[in-house]
Design a protein around this ligand. Structure first.
Ligand SMILES: Cc1cc2nc3c(=O)[nH]c(=O)nc-3n(C[C@H](O)[C@H](O)[C@H](O)COP(=O)(O)OP(=O)(O)OC[C@H]3O[C@@H](n4cnc5c(N)ncnc54)[C@H](O)[C@@H]3O)c2cc1C
Length: 373
């Protein structure tokens, strides 16, 4: 059998493109995935206690893009959900991103009030001030506050997460961590915030249930590709692997996930609690908040940041540093030499952190500009 397209990787990028090519162009797609399931890192499943869990860490859907929202809404109903995060700072749980409520949770009311006034005076209400900017521009009492937040909320969390000091990472990443001059405790402010009602995997299953799409699981494309007849390829795996590491390995940060189910209805007050300062974990997420299920049991997932070792664990976060980007550019040039016979899309193929909505938007854009015309 001949296929018009082989798509490597059944994550957000691969599934969106398979769906578009099959339904809009009427062309035949073979989707090859080396894991034993579709969905990539957004894969979820019901565990032995009937609780919907995210195998590769908590995935919260949020977007500003109506286009992405409308597109995905063809394949799922939604459960509206606002994610809340608390951080343990000096034994107290305070809203993250750090906001005015966090101030009052940590400091005596009079002092918190003074700091609030200073923040409003300097930046205005409703503004997100990157922590590094606050640190640079602050003086007097705000300088104390900026250093306090930097040390207690940002520095150790960042070091734990990346095993690098903030100055060893691109400012773009570290600069994004905001202090939010607001009383809004929601983790995101996007207009669309929701979880797929029946889970991500069910959403992907519906996307792929088209007669033009065949899915091959448990298969590394390199082991099967010589036996397949096809015209063009979309590749969503790691770009350095595709080119046999000819320019060296692109580094990633990995994670180990530890799941635990407790015989109690709830463990914590909100979906996620961050531990910037204590323990080896960065955060604990209680899955039931995300799915909205009721159960006498509850499942937690704890995240332990780790070095990425190819073949041993999974590549999760591209490490945002100038030297890594330069190495990626060498691979990009190799990819361009293939003149569109292979299209590289997604988090691993473009060595770029995408949220799910950004991955979907990018795939929709690639479909329009590089495939459909
Ligand atoms: C811990 C964590 C938490 C996250 N939380 C959020 C969140 O809360 N909200 C949000 O919007 N985004 C979140 N994300 C980002 C989200 O996971 C990505 O946006 C999304 O996974 C990108 O999809 P993708 O298809 O590009 O990549 P992937 O999902 O990684 O899919 C790539 C697929 O290619 C397969 N593959 C690779 N090589 C081969 C090969 N040789 N042969 C066959 N198959 C291959 C892989 O097995 C994988 O399934 C999170 C990411 C991580 C790591």
């Amino acid at each position: 059998m001949k296929f018009d397209w082989v798509i490597v990787g059944a994550g957000f990028s691969g599934c969106v493109l398979a769906e578009r090519i099959a339904s809009q162009l009427g062309q035949r797609v073979l989707l090859i995935e080396r894991r034993d399931h579709i969905g990539g890192n957004a894969y979820d499943y019901y565990n032995e206690h009937g609780i919907l869990v995210h195998k590769y860490g908590p995935h919260i859907f949020h977007t500003k893009s109506k286009r992405v929202w409308d597109y995905l809404s063809q394949f799922t109903e939604w459960r509206h959900y606002f994610h809340h995060v608390l951080g343990v700072i000096e034994g107290k749980k305070v809203p993250i991103p750090f906001n005015i409520n966090s101030l009052y949770a940590l400091f005596p009311p009079r002092y918190a009030e003074r700091l609030e006034e200073k923040l409003l005076e300097n930046f205005g209400f409703g503004v997100k001030v990157p922590i590094l900017k606050l640190r640079e521009s602050a003086n007097g009492e705000l300088e104390f506050l900026a250093n306090y937040i930097y040390e207690n909320v940002f520095l150790r969390y960042t070091t734990k997460q990346w095993n690098l000091k903030p100055e060893e990472l691109d400012r773009g990443v570290t600069g994004r961590v905001p202090v939010y001059i607001s009383r809004d405790n929601r983790y995101f402010q996007d207009p669309y915030q929701a979880m797929p009602k029946h889970g991500y995997t069910e959403m992907f299953r519906r996307m792929l249930s088209h007669s033009n799409i065949k899915v091959l699981l448990n298969a590394d494309y390199r082991e099967v590709i010589n036996d397949i007849k096809f015209d063009r390829m979309v590749y969503t795996g790691p770009v350095d692997t595709f080119f046999d590491y000819m320019h060296g390995e692109l580094p990633y940060r990995s994670l180990r996930f530890h799941f635990e189910t407790l015989d109690q209805e709830h463990y914590q007050e909100v979906g996620t609690v961050n531990y910037p300062n204590e323990y080896d974990i960065t955060r604990i997420t209680e899955q039931k908040y995300l799915s909205g299920q009721t159960s006498p049991k509850t499942t937690l997932v704890m995240e332990y940041p780790q070095a990425y070792v190819p073949g041993v664990n999974d590549p999760y976060y591209p490490i945002p540093r100038e030297d890594n980007r330069e190495r990626y550019d060498l691979y990009l040039k190799e990819a361009q030499r293939l003149n569109g016979s292979v299209i590289f899309v997604g988090r691993l193929a473009e060595y770029k952190y995408y949220d799910m909505d950004q991955a979907a938007l990018r795939a929709l854009g690639v479909f329009e500009k590089e495939i459909a015309q």
